[in-house]
Design a protein around this ligand. Structure first.
Ligand code: NDP
Length: 322
């Protein structure tokens, strides 16, 4: 089968299309035919070496498709079941392996493409809005990169919880998408001061919560956008990792709370995973959550997909179709 692998870390040119044997599932795992694989920022961190992986490494954490083999001891899934997961081993391939406990069944009426576009970024948006800082009606939230994969979903989930959302985007075209997702205010932060916009949006006080996965380039401005005792949720590094800082800074900026969450710790049990995915699937089937697939690429064009994602040229989800 074809797979996209790296033998050393670096830029998108390190991605190789290779012919490798179809993997066998170990006890507790299943193998599935990949119908769609999600391209996520974490894949670029694995490729660049920001997050460590053993080499050689088949890229890709998110995919959806049909089970083709089950490992010893698996009782919850069978060959032919339609599944998706955000914790796949080697999703950029014709077939991939996942622990049965990390897979969810795809309900009728939802496609594999929508599932691969939804699970990782959708469950992230879900835990951010529902658990990390459980948004209440009237709460003010700053969401960076609002036309991105997580961004468009986070705006929609924040709005359904009754929050008021100000979002940042890089271009006017992205501003339109963020508005259509329900954002109350949009700041084109490539030419406007988002801190001033966030403070004005919250009546001068500062927002209750800021969801920031842009990282290095927005860190200081985000700190200054928060109200006293507001929460800084730093959940990614699209522009580079946030530099180390002293806890005293949080005191000086208003006794702020700072957290650096990751999806794994918000899908710790099968119950939690299925509850989160279940909410998302229900909203999608009811037409209450729009999943935007901004671009699809053949598997062999994975490097091009990485360049587009890192080059701020994508909106919504990017998929690879093997
Ligand atoms: P996006 O689709 O949001 O793409 C990233 C966006 O970040 C770009 O489109 C761009 O939007 C913005 N951006 C700002 N500055 C830069 C820069 N210098 N280089 C590249 N992009 C920049 O990606 P995802 O939805 O896949 O992920 C968004 C973030 O969320 C990532 O940081 C990712 O690591 C994080 N994440 C964290 C998870 C967790 O559990 N902690 C899980 C999932 C994702 P614009 O042009 O509008 O500024």
């Amino acid at each position: 089968m074809h797979a996209i692998r790296i033998h050393e870390t670096g830029g998108p040119e390190k991605l190789c299309v290779e012919d490798i044997p179809v993997p066998a599932p170990k006890p507790g795992e299943v193998r599935f035919r990949v119908e769609a694989a999600g391209v996520n920022f974490i894949d670029t961190y694995h490729r660049s070496g920001l997050y460590k992986v053993d080499l050689p490494h088949t890229l890709g954490a998110e995919a959806a498709g049909v089970v083709t083999a089950v490992g010893e001891g698996v009782t919850t899934l069978a060959v032919g079941d339609r599944i998706g997961s955000a914790r796949v081993t080697g999703a950029y391939a014709g077939e991939a392996i996942v622990a049965a406990a990390h897979a969810v069944r795809i309900p009728d009426g939802v496609s594999a493409a929508t599932t691969a576009a939804l699970l990782l970024q959708g469950m992230t948006a879900h835990y951010l809005a529902c658990d990390t800082f459980p948004l209440q009606p009237g709460a003010t939230a700053l969401v960076h990169a609002g036309a991105g994969g997580v961004g468009l979903l986070l705006i929609q989930i924040a709005k359904r919880r009754g929050a008021r959302v100000i979002t940042t985007v890089g271009t006017d075209a992205k501003a339109e998408l963020a508005r259509a997702a329900g954002a109350d205010a949009v700041c084109v932060y490539t030419r406007e001061d988002f801190t001033a916009a966030a403070r004005a949006f919250s009546g001068g006080r500062g927002v209750d919560v800021a969801y920031d996965a842009v990282g290095r380039s927005t860190f200081e401005g985000t700190l200054r956008s928060l109200r006293p005792r507001g929460m800084f949720v730093s959940f990614g590094n699209a522009s580079g990792a946030v530099a180390p800082f002293a806890p005293l800074l949080l005191s000086q900026q208003g006794s702020l709370y700072f957290t650096r969450p990751t999806l794994t710790h918000y899908t710790q049990t099968a119950e939690e995973l299925n509850a989160r995915a279940g909410d998302l699937f229900r909203w999608v089937r009811a037409g209450e959550l729009n999943v935007r697939i901004g671009a699809t690429y053949p598997l062999a064009a994975a490097a091009e997909a990485h360049r587009a994602l890192e080059g701020r040229a994508t909106t919504g989800k990017v998929l690879l179709l093997p």
